[in-house]
Write a protein that binds this ligand. Structure first.
Ligand SMILES: [Fe+2]
Length: 179
């Protein structure tokens, strides 16, 4: 088994070496293409991470007659956000780039801002989340555009899945406010 593994490693090394001789690429993308994709993904990562913490904050601190509905809904949304965040960060790693990993980076790079308070009226919480989702959709659409231009189907498909889910959250939260 050790011999087989060695042969596989040699073959892979030769493949990488041959690829490196012809063009400085990672999975077929040039460095400038990877810069565009990973930068757009890191912007999504920063915005999504601030939004994620806001959902947790609201899950914990929501009060009032809507408590049970919103407490449960916010938890479902932050669990989904955590999965999307992980996928975005790992997609950046696929390209050999570094996803933002600190709260400082997230706060500096995010257009979505933290809530001014942890004690907000439940309707205001929902309005703030709706605003967050509109911002997130803009950044996700930008990723679709950039990924499409670079023929990066993996990133494009991943992000399109997020968009569909977020658009549904936007509809549901909007309907909640229409009560
Ligand atoms: Fe909880």
């Amino acid at each position: 088994m050790a011999t087989v593994k060695h042969v596989e490693n040699v073959a892979q090394t030769q493949l990488d070496t041959n690829m490196a001789k012809t063009k400085p690429v990672k999975l077929g993308w040039k460095p400038e293409q990877i810069d565009k994709i990973s930068h757009a993904l890191n912007s999504v990562l920063a915005n999504y991470s601030v939004h994620f913490q806001k959902l947790r904050n609201f899950h914990w601190n929501v009060t009032g007659s809507d408590f049970f509905d919103l407490h449960i809904e916010f938890e479902a949304q932050y669990k989904e956000a955590a999965e999307h965040i992980d996928e975005v960060a790992e997609r950046i790693r696929v390209f050999g780039e570094t996803p933002f990993g600190t709260m400082k980076e997230y706060l500096n790079e995010s257009e979505i801002k933290e809530s001014a308070s942890s004690q907000m009226d439940s309707d205001l919480m929902v309005r703030e989340l709706l605003s967050d989702y509109r911002v997130l959709l803009q950044y996700l659409s930008a990723v679709v555009q950039i990924a499409s231009e670079q023929r990066d189907a993996g990133t494009e498909n991943m992000v399109k899945g997020f968009i569909k889910k977020i658009e549904k959250h936007h509809w549901m939260l909007s309907s909640f406010l229409a009560k």
